[in-house]
Design a binder for this molecule. Structure first.
Ligand SMILES: *[C@@H]1O[C@H](CO)[C@@H](O)[C@H](O)[C@H]1NC(C)=O
Ligand SMILES: *[C@@H]1O[C@H](CO)[C@@H](O)[C@H](O)[C@H]1NC(C)=O
Ligand SMILES: *[C@@H]1O[C@H](CO)[C@@H](O)[C@H](O)[C@H]1NC(C)=O
Ligand SMILES: *[C@@H]1O[C@H](CO)[C@@H](O)[C@H](O)[C@H]1NC(C)=O
Ligand SMILES: *[C@@H]1O[C@H](CO)[C@@H](O)[C@H](O)[C@H]1NC(C)=O
Ligand SMILES: *[C@@H]1O[C@H](CO)[C@@H](O)[C@H](O)[C@H]1NC(C)=O
Ligand SMILES: *[C@@H]1O[C@H](CO)[C@@H](O)[C@H](O)[C@H]1NC(C)=O
Ligand SMILES: *[C@@H]1O[C@H](CO)[C@@H](O)[C@H](O)[C@H]1NC(C)=O
Ligand SMILES: *[C@@H]1O[C@H](CO)[C@@H](O)[C@H](O)[C@H]1NC(C)=O
Length: 755
């Protein structure tokens, strides 16, 4: 009986696959004629096609993939536990730490000045001149860079937190105006966005929109109640009926004209927003929201499947057959990989299955161990790569990884997630921006001694200008997804239970919160962290409460102390799991001073190279450069302000250096006062900290305009005398070498130069 049932199922399976195959072929031919065919929507003809930039083109196709991909949905999981097969608890599993309402946390010191630079730089001015934002399809214009219509929602999600965190009237005014426009133009059936034709409607672009709206509701509760929440609920009603109708807008079927892969691999972003709506503002719509979360989960590409020993690819992806990596594209796409890190923690709230803990922890570790930069980002030049310092990380992958990792700390409370959030935010992110925030890189290489047009790229799919700084050096997604520090700041403090407040991500910021029994608490942390490891807290509270700060795992407990009101020195006792050091703070005013002990850390990297850390910072060999500029390339139009430039940087110093790690020394020029830090802080000439070492040049030359993999061990003899080098924070060194080959420079060593 069982056997014959299996046989029938097999027949059905083959038949279904055949159907998919036929459907894909039909769709492919439809796509081919798409460009030529006039649109049925008179008022919506976006200017899209293949995206081309300075001679480099990025294919633009509606890729449905269905039959070809080796993805799996939770619904297809043969082993899924009964907890996730039909039975869903209507209460969501709580987060380990509750985030504070958006707007409670404000940056201070150097971080505050970074946010101001963002507001006054590219992130805060894009909407005034950048075509896909200024003339966005979402705002009645005709500019888009892809059929996904994602440019404007990406930008919106980044701009809401920037406008309110900096309290910038110009930006707030703009956000309110466009919010009003978009909601005013909500379709009668509840759809938000420019797409008229049901076959073209794709939920994906709505994910960043919802994440942005979520923050605006918290910042402006009244506007939330009167305008935004009703619009979100109208959309959820429609989403509910679309999901009931064969997962329309989410799962592709023949006749549909949308690319399903992004929506299904990034489902956690929308489920996260729906969970917020469900818990904070359900407005009687609980059942429909819950249904939407379930259906999105069940038909999502399952990241737990990918994060399992049998599936995960731990080697350099170039070493696998193209056919295999192509079949896994939704999981190995570099930005998806950053977004997917949080999948298990988001879905675990709904499914309440602790299997997600293991897969999430493995997923984060494997992604960063096998495909991670020493600066804490995912190596992916469109697709994940291995560990070579030649390959790069995309800015949009960096910001998404920061968002995912900070969410993971909130959701699961593992200290490691917070350590990793800081590593990316204080290293991988700043290196990709010009110090004044008027230009960014699309992709950053770990060893990047030069930033110019490459003769030939080492990347999987990034153009020759991808590693230059500019308005839009490559595909526009990283120009518009300009989250920078704007999403980091709101995650810095969290509630810990009813009566606790914790400083989760360390850095200069202040917070005001109301704990139980109307206990009004304010905490101000003045610090130059991560440039110094000294924190000065001023705390006021109406009643006693539990205050915690996270002790980073690199902190040396022997030389770390906490002092209350200039009293006795106490040792730190971080909690095993969360890393939090907790103390009871009485009512009134209290001063808490913390100092983390730190030392130099040398981490081994690929091909016998090393990366050097002290505290939360990665140190790199910085290279002084010759900077030259040109007007931004064609895409942003002629309206770009004079500050928006495209840059080319050539090194003025030798970069082909190996170091002797026995000679490393840390130097801190900092004192404890905030005023003292240079501005802008991420500037290579103004580093408040450095690491010195002895090094020498080795035989290592540019190839195709970039630094290739370093010479192998045994081929690293000095080609000249040894000399002192000064390593500086990676984030400030636009030209940098951060995976350094090592040499032995002791007397009589065979590595020494012999003239
Ligand atoms: C799950 O399955 C196990 C074993 O079949 C059973 O004992 C248990 O009651 C089930 N739990 C639920 C919630 O259905
Ligand atoms: C549902 O989840 C909540 C929160 O985890 C839990 O307290 C409750 O016991 C669960 N209910 C059922 C029926 O499993
Ligand atoms: C936006 O569209 C208007 C009208 O179509 C056009 O005049 C203007 O140049 C466009 N702006 C940009 C930045 O492309
Ligand atoms: C967790 O993941 C590791 C690595 O795949 C595996 O060896 C281990 O069995 C898993 N543990 C549980 C409890 O599933
Ligand atoms: C992941 O890596 C962190 C840091 O190295 C480690 O503490 C943790 O145990 C690892 N988790 C798993 C599941 O391997
Ligand atoms: C190590 O170096 C070899 C030889 O240059 C190169 O083929 C390989 O890709 C490198 N591995 C990594 C991870 O960089
Ligand atoms: C915390 O770590 C200490 C030392 O490794 C260990 O003795 C203790 O059992 C751990 N506690 C918990 C709750 O894991
Ligand atoms: C950098 O500029 C200086 C002074 O203009 C010039 O002498 C030098 O050749 C330039 N170096 C490079 C690599 O362009
Ligand atoms: C490099 O070192 C090797 C031994 O490590 C030595 O045999 C060789 O002569 C050296 N080459 C140069 C150019 O110094």
């Amino acid at each position: 009986m069982l056997q014959s049932r299996w046989a029938i199922e097999k027949v059905v399976l083959v038949w279904v696959l055949l159907l998919f195959f036929t459907a894909s072929v039909v769709l492919a031919s439809q796509q081919a004629s798409l460009a030529a065919r006039p649109s049925r929507e008179a008022d919506f003809v976006p200017h899209v096609g293949a995206f081309c930039h300075k001679g480099w083109c990025h294919g633009q196709n509606i890729n449905t993939g269905v039959s070809a991909w080796k993805t799996r949905t939770p619904r297809d999981d043969p082993h899924r536990s009964n907890s996730s097969s039909g039975f869903y608890n209507t209460t969501l599993l709580p987060l380990r730490f509750e985030p504070l309402p958006f707007g409670s946390i404000k940056p201070l010191g150097w971080l505050d000045r970074q946010l101001d630079l963002m507001a006054n730089g590219l992130p805060g001015h894009l909407h005034e001149f950048y075509r896909p934002i200024k003339n966005a399809t979402w705002l009645g214009g005709h500019e888009e860079y892809s059929w996904l219509n994602e440019a404007w929602p990406y930008h919106y999600n980044a701009l809401v937190p920037l406008a309110w965190t900096t309290d910038n009237a110009r930006l707030k005014h703009h956000v309110l105006r466009v919010t009003d426009w978009v909601i005013d133009h909500q379709h009668a059936d509840g759809w938000l966005g420019p797409e008229q034709d049901a076959a073209r409607r794709n939920f994906w672009g709505r994910y960043p929109l919802f994440l942005g709206l979520m923050q605006l509701v918290e910042a402006e509760p009244e506007l939330g109640t009167t305008m935004i929440l009703p619009a979100m609920h109208r959309f959820v009603h429609l989403m509910y009926s679309m999901l009931r109708d064969g997962h329309q807008g989410y799962v592709w079927k023949p006749g549909d004209l949308f690319d399903e892969q992004w929506g299904r691999s990034r489902a956690a972003d929308m489920v996260l927003a729906l969970q917020w709506l469900y818990e904070k503002h359900p407005m009687g719509n609980e059942e429909k929201i819950h249904y939407c979360m379930r259906e999105m989960y069940e038909m999502a590409y399952d990241w737990s499947y990918w994060f399992s020993e049998d599936q995960y690819l731990k080697e350099d992806l170039d070493l696998y057959p193209e056919e295999l990596t192509r079949s896994l594209f939704p999981y190995v796409h570099g930005v998806n990989a950053g977004q997917g890190l949080k999948w298990g923690a988001v879905m675990r709230r709904l499914v309440q299955d602790d299997q997600f803990l293991n897969t999430t922890r493995n997923g984060v570790n494997w992604t960063l161990q096998y495909h991670g930069t020493p600066s804490g980002a995912v190596i992916g030049d469109e697709r994940l790569a291995g560990l070579s310092p030649v390959r790069g990380t995309e800015l949009c992958s960096v910001v998404e990884s920061i968002f995912s990792l900070s969410y993971l700390y909130h959701a699961l409370g593992d200290r490691d997630f917070a350590d990793k959030t800081e590593r990316a935010a204080y290293n991988a992110l700043p290196v990709m921006l010009m110090p004044h925030w008027w230009a960014h890189q699309y992709i950053a290489q770990t060893n990047q001694p030069v930033s110019h047009r490459l003769e030939s790229t080492p990347f999987w799919n990034v153009g020759p200008f991808g590693q230059t700084f500019g308005t839009e050096p490559n595909f526009p997604c990283c120009t518009v997804n300009m989250q920078g520090y704007a999403k980091y700041v709101p995650a810095m403090f969290v509630k810990d239970g009813e009566d606790g407040l914790a400083h989760a991500l360390i850095g200069p910021a202040h917070v005001s919160a109301t704990l139980k029994k109307r206990n009004h608490v304010r905490v101000r942390c003045d610090t130059n962290y991560p440039f110094s490891n000294y924190l000065n807290y001023e705390i006021t509270a109406t009643r006693a409460f539990h205050f915690s700060f996270r002790v980073p795992s690199w902190a040396l407990l022997d030389s770390s102390v906490v002092v209350v009101d200039s009293g006795k020195r106490h040792a730190l006792t971080p909690h095993n799991a969360s890393g939090l050091h907790t103390m009871i703070i009485p009512a009134g005013r209290t001063r808490v001073e913390v100092s983390f002990g730190a030392d130099l850390r040398v981490e081994a990297r690929a091909n016998d190279t090393v990366s050097i850390y002290h505290g939360a910072l990665l140190y790199a060999l910085p290279l002084a450069g010759n900077y030259s500029t040109s007007r931004p390339a064609n895409y942003p139009g002629t309206q770009a302000p004079p500050q928006a430039k495209d840059w080319s940087i050539l090194p003025r110093e030798p970069w082909n250096v190996a170091i002797d790690i026995t000679t490393l020394k840390f130097h801190e020029y900092a004192n404890r006062y905030d005023r003292w830090l240079p501005h802008p802080i991420w500037h290579e000439d103004q580093s408040p900290v450095s690491v010195s070492a002895l090094g020498c040049q080795v035989d290592w030359e540019l190839k195709d305009g970039y630094a290739p993999n370093p010479p192998a061990k045994g081929q690293r003899n000095c080609t000249g005398r040894a000399f002192p080098v000064e390593l500086r924070p990676y984030g400030s060194a636009k030209l940098h070498m951060a995976e350094l080959p090592t040499v032995d420079l002791r007397p009589r060593s065979r590595d020494l130069w012999r003239p």
